[in-house]
Ligand binder design. Structure first.
Ligand code: TRP
Ligand code: SF4
Length: 328
């Protein structure tokens, strides 16, 4: 059998995960576990690039996120699951890559200016924040990855990663493959208020949400904004509740609701209740597994420690070649 291609991807620690995280990234990672040699990690140093003034509880958030990863189906027997800050070699490679990365590449990075504007309550005029993509490049190429599954928002960072890898290889001899971007479709699941689902917008449904809270939250969801009265025909194509049906309800139900909504034969209250039933069913086994790992925190810590060890061994193998190439 041909050797599996290696992929690397990371998430900043945000604590408990929601449906947007699941369908935007995690579900895709879970699906890739059999076909690729997977390295998935929690990017806790990256969290510090924007949250350095108030690091809060990054370690706690990392553990909570790993718990949700495991509950949703990432499997430590298949994938290497670890925490960035535990593998110090990322920092060493980051430093070495910084020597060869032209500053204009970083200043041109579209996410750099966007983020500085979007997070205007934070002072992001730091060296660390400018260097965000250099650290990300180190995260990826230290495992000699062939591909990186990410959403479109991260594509510029993978482009910079490729450029940095190419420059290193050109200057010192070929050590790194140039990793491909494996584009993940961005999640079509919106929050309860139809904005992007986000913990900070308070519009999220979490993977560990109780059936009771799922029902309460779905009852609050904004539907087709043009549909005022139950007698008005609705348009499922613009309704976020219908998008949820597509994800969680059987095909027959989806088709029935599509037709009934357009003819005003179903009200939104009933439609939401139906959807909530299927969502509760969908999340039940995930929630159960999350609860199990929450009650067995020692297991989560062991899984992280094992993953950290496996990742460190791989990272050190690469670093030996890097030091040799640089004669340092
Ligand atoms: N920047 C990524 C994000 O915000 C997280 C990340 C850090 C990452 N290092 C990575 C993703 C390496 C892929 C590969 O989502
Ligand atoms: Fe949306 Fe369902 Fe209401 Fe139609 S009936 S607008 S699909 S919630």
């Amino acid at each position: 059998m041909a050797e599996k291609k290696r992929i690397v991807s990371g998430m900043r620690p945000t604590g408990a995960l929601h449906l947007g995280n699941l369908h935007g990234a995690l579900a895709n990672w879970i699906n890739m576990q059999d076909d690729y040699d997977c390295f998935f990690f929690i990017a806790d140093w990256h969290a510090l690039t924007s949250d350095y003034e108030d690091p809060g509880n990054i370690a706690g958030f990392s553990q909570d996120m790993m718990t949700d990863w495991l509950g949703a189906g990432l499997n430590p027997e298949k994938s290497t699951l670890f925490v960035q800050s535990a593998v110090k070699a990322h920092a060493e490679l980051f430093l070495l890559l910084a020597m060869i990365t032209p500053v204009p590449w970083l200043e041109r990075n579209p996410t750099y200016k966007e983020q500085i504007e979007a997070l205007n309550n934070k002072d992001l005029s730091t060296f660390g924040f400018l260097g965000y993509p250099v650290l990300q490049a180190a995260d990826i190429i230290i495992y000699r990855a062939n591909g990186v599954p990410v959403g479109i928002d991260q594509a510029p960072h993978i482009e910079i990663t490729r450029e940095i890898a190419r420059r290193f290889n050109y200057l010192y001899g070929k050590v790194f493959p140039e990793p491909e971007t494996i584009l993940t479709e961005t999640s079509k699941i919106l929050g309860l208020d139809r904005r992007k689902m986000s913990k900070s917008y308070n519009n999220a449904i979490f993977l560990s949400e109780s059936p009771e809270d799922i029902r309460k939250k779905t009852a609050q969801m904004i539907t087709d904004p043009q549909r005022i009265r139950k007698t008005d025909p609705g348009d499922p194509d613009v309704c976020n509740v219908f998008t949820f049906h597509r994800f969680y309800s059987p095909a027959g139900t989806v088709a029935e609701i599509d037709a009934a909504c357009r003819k005003a034969e179903i009200g939104c209250v009933e439609c939401k209740k139906k959807m909530a039933d299927y969502l509760v069913g969908y999340l039940a086994p995930i929630r159960e597994k999350i609860q199990y790992f929450r009650q067995n925190r020692g297991m989560v810590l062991d899984i992280i420690e094992n993953g950290n060890k496996k990742a460190s061994i791989e990272a050190e193998t690469t670093m030996a070649r890097v030091r040799e190439a640089l004669k340092i």
